[in-house]
Design a protein around this ligand. Structure first.
Ligand code: NI
Length: 161
C-alpha cells in the first residue's frame, strides 16, 4: 500500500487538462492501486489522477465503501434529471458547498485492461462521476458552488441546531 500526496486548491496541476491513457504499464497499475489506497485512507468517495499530481484520465470512485469503480478515459454519454446538494473535494479540505448536478449519468470508460464498458449511476454515484470527470478537465467544484463555500464544521453545526 502506497499513499500519494493529495494536491490542494491553488496547486496549478489541478487546473490542467489530463491526457488520454493509451497503454497500461506497470506504472499505470501502480498509480491505480495507489489512487484507491489514497482515496480510502482519506475517506473520499472519489479521486482523479490530477489530485495526486498525474495528468492522466484516470478516476477512482467508491460511494458505498464496497464498490470500487475504476474509470479510464471516461466520457459521459447521457445525463438527465437534477439533484442539488452539498459537495466536497479532497483537494479542498474542510470545505463544502451546494452544487446542482444531473441525477442520472451514463458513462463510457475503459477498465484496467483498456476494455471498454458502460456504467450508469444515479444520485451520489452520478454526482461523483460528474465531479471526478471535471477534475480531468482542470476544473474544481468550487467554480460551480451556489452561494458561499462553507466550512464543513459549520455545516455540521447547522444540522445540529
Ligand atoms: Ni474533487
Amino acid at each position: 500500500m502506497a499513499l500519494r500526496n493529495i494536491r490542494e486548491i491553488g496547486d496549478p496541476v489541478l487546473n490542467k487538462t489530463c491526457k488520454e491513457v493509451k497503454e497500461i504499464t506497470d506504472r499505470t497499475r501502480e498509480l491505480i492501486e495507489d489512487m484507491f489506497d489514497t482515496m480510502y485512507e482519506a475517506d473520499g468517495v472519489g479521486l482523479a489522477a490530477p489530485q495526486v499530481g498525474i495528468l492522466k484520465r484516470i478516476v477512482t470512485i467508491d460511494v458505498t465503501g464496497e464498490n470500487p469503480i475504476l474509470l479510464i478515459n471516461p466520457i459521459i454519454l447521457e445525463s438527465s434529471g437534477e439533484q442539488t446538494g452539498n459537495e466536497g473535494c479532497l483537494s479542498v479540505p474542510g470545505k463544502t458547498g451546494v452544487v446542482t448536478r444531473p441525477n442520472y449519468v451514463k458513462v463510457k470508460a475503459y477498465d484496467e485492461n483498456l476494455e471498454p464498458f458502460e456504467l450508469e449511476g444515479t444520485e451520489l454515484l452520478a454526482r461523483a462521476i460528474c465531479h471526478e470527470l471535471e477534475h480531468l478537465e482542470g476544473h474544481l467544484y468550487v467554480e460551480r458552488v451556489e452561494g458561499e463555500l462553507m466550512n464543513t464544521a459549520d455545516l455540521y453545526e447547522q444540522e445540529e441546531e
